[in-house]
Structures are given as structure tokens and as C-alpha cells.
Design a protein around this ligand. Structure first.
Ligand SMILES: Cc1cc2nc3c(=O)[nH]c(=O)nc-3n(C[C@H](O)[C@H](O)[C@H](O)COP(=O)(O)OP(=O)(O)OC[C@H]3O[C@@H](n4cnc5c(N)ncnc54)[C@H](O)[C@@H]3O)c2cc1C
Length: 269
């Protein structure tokens, strides 16, 4: 099986964030591998382990896991983390022309790179913790014409029958869905417990290949990417107002009534 995982480097969730020129100032904050993409990496490793007699990822077992990321040069830090968990190699698409790209452009670039890889499965997180649009997986599968199995809480892949089955977690219950390879999956947060990279894994990751592609390597036109091609633009951005002190109700026997009045006034009841 050839598996690819789309991973994104995002600002650390705990870092103080600022807007600059209508967009998030990504340069000035610590950056990490998107939390949800860690689950996708872990799930890909488990798929390989479940289908590999040697229980190890790698070309020798007949399976491979490639990371694909679009972002600045600095994204190699997040890539190394995922490589140290056990992925085999990575592709970083990095080009100044890509700065400011929206979700449509991001999905276009990622899908063009995926097309070149002849993958059986592509895994994504459900959303990034920065832009949080939660649309890239659906957009990629639409562009590729592949089956999309999203919000997976359980995955079983069978290379012999070239099928993958998931349990799709929804608000109303779980759906069991299956598709033939090639398919695109997005995984939810609770699907697994991502492993910590071992010391051996961290050392091995230093030597694993990261191929850097420019925009022209992807075959995507510069007129389809970047801020000028974005279908939406941030017109204005204001910091969140500080929290007010709140309302204190003193219960002198009619506390319940006062509470109901308050909720009705706020249209909460
Ligand atoms: C008007 C506007 C301006 C923007 N300007 C900028 C900007 O200047 N700089 C900037 O960095 N962003 C910018 N963004 C955000 C950028 O559009 C999003 O980061 C990008 O479209 C992906 O959307 P998302 O992160 O919400 O993905 P989601 O759909 O929430 O992500 C789901 C999954 O898709 C995969 N994925 C998402 N993005 C990538 C990626 N880049 N590489 C690999 N896998 C990925 C991951 O598996 C992730 O878990 C802008 C957005 C808008 C609307």
C-alpha cells in the first residue's frame, strides 16, 4: 500500500496570536504539527502495522507512508516530527507565490502533488487548528474524483481486496462506510492515541528524505494561487473584546424567577 498523509504546520494553540494585515501573524509564534494531523499519522502507521508481517513501516514491508505539506520552509520542523513518529519520507511544497493561498488553492496544489504519487490511500486531519475551515479533505477528494470517507473514528484497510472501511462518527450515530482504493480519509481526534517519537525515531528522522517542490514542479499556474487568486479576503479583523464582569443575582427567595427572567431577556429560554 502507498499511503500519503497531508500534514500542516500551525501556530501553537497555546501561543498568544496576533492578526497582521487581516491574516494571522504566523511568523511571530511557535509552530507545531497540527494536532489532528498527528492522529492521521498515527492511524497510517497502524494501518501499515496491521497489514505488515514485520510490523514495521517502510518500503521493505511493501508499504510506504509519505507526508505531504504545503507551507513555508519552516514547515520542515513539523515534517521531522511526523517522520520521527515513523513515516518514511516527505514532500514539502514551498514557494513564495503560495503565500496567502485560500482553501481552494491549497487543495488544488495538494491534489496535483497527490496525482503524481499513485497512492492507494490519503489521510488528512479533520481540520487545522489555525484556519479551521475543515474543507481541504473534501476538496481534495472532489478534485481527484476519489471516494471520500470523512470523520473516521475507526479504519480498516485491506490491500488484498483493495478496500478500506471506516466507522464515520456523526452527531446522530456511527455510519459504516467502505470504498475501493484509491480513497481519501479524514480522521477525528479520538480515533487513537498518537505515539511519542522514540529516541531511535528522532535520530532516524534526521536522515529521512524530504523532497522540496516549487510551484512550477506541481504544474499549477501562479495565477491560481496566492492572495490575489483567493476567492475570499479578510476585510477587517478586530481583537476579541475583553470579557465583561457578568451579572450577579442575589437569591432572596425569588432567585429562580430572576434567573428565568434573565434567560428570557437574553433569549436563552
Ligand atoms: C482570506 C484568507 C487569507 C488567508 N491567508 C493566509 C496566509 O496568508 N497564509 C497562510 O498560511 N494561510 C492563509 N489562509 C489560510 C489558508 O487558506 C488555509 O490555511 C488553507 O486554505 C487550509 O485551510 P485549513 O487550514 O482551514 O484546512 P482544513 O480544511 O481545516 O484542514 C483539514 C486538513 O487538511 C490538511 N491540510 C490543510 N492545509 C494543509 C497544508 N497547507 N498542507 C498539507 N495539508 C493540509 C490537513 O490534513 C488538515 O488537518 C487564509 C485564509 C483565508 C480565507
Amino acid at each position: 500500500m502507498k499511503i500519503a498523509i497531508c500534514i500542516k504546520q500551525v501556530p501553537d494553540s497555546w501561543a498568544e496570536k496576533k492578526m497582521a494585515g487581516g491574516v494571522l501573524d504566523r511568523a511571530g509564534v511557535d509552530a507545531v504539527l497540527n494536532d489532528l494531523d498527528e492522529y492521521a499519522v498515527e492511524e497510517a502507521l497502524r494501518i501499515v502495522e496491521a497489514n505488515s508481517p514485520t510490523k514495521e513501516a517502510g518500503e521493505a514491508s511493501g508499504h510506504s507512508i509519505t507526508l505531504i505539506s504545503m507551507g513555508p520552509e519552516r514547515a520542515t520542523e513539523a515534517i521531522r516530527k511526523a517522520l520521527s513518529m515513523g513515516a518514511d519520507d516527505a514532500i514539502l511544497i514551498s514557494d513564495p507565490a503560495l503565500a496567502g493561498s485560500d482553501a481552494l488553492a491549497t487543495s488544488l496544489v495538494l491534489s496535483e502533488v497527490i496525482k503524481k504519487g499513485n497512492y492507494d490511500l490519503v489521510l488528512c486531519g479533520t481540520e487545522s487548528t489555525d484556519a479551521r475551515m475543515s474543507v481541504i479533505p473534501a476538496m481534495i477528494s472532489q478534485r481527484l474524483g476519489w471516494a471520500q470517507l470523512t470523520f473516521a473514528g475507526k479504519v480498516a484497510a485491506n490491500p488484498a481486496s483493495t478496500t478500506v472501511e471506516i466507522e464515520r462518527v456523526t452527531e446522530f450515530g456511527n455510519q459504516v462506510m467502505s470504498a475501493k482504493f484509491p480513497a481519501l480519509l479524514s480522521v477525528i481526534e479520538k480515533i487513537n492515541e498518537p505515539r511519542y517519537p522514540s529516541f531511535k525515531g528522532i535520530m532516524a528522522a534526521k536522515k529521512k528524505p524530504i523532497t522540496t517542490m516549487s510551484l512550477s514542479d506541481t504544474g499549477v499556474s501562479p495565477s491560481d494561487v496566492g492572495a490575489s487568486a483567493a476567492w475570499s479576503a479578510v476585510k477587517d479583523a478586530l481583537p476579541r473584546p475583553p470579557r465583561g464582569a457578568g451579572v450577579k443575582l442575589t437569591d432572596e427567595g425569588s432567585g429562580g424567577d430572576k434567573l428565568v427572567e434573565f434567560l428570557v431577556e437574553k433569549r436563552l429560554a
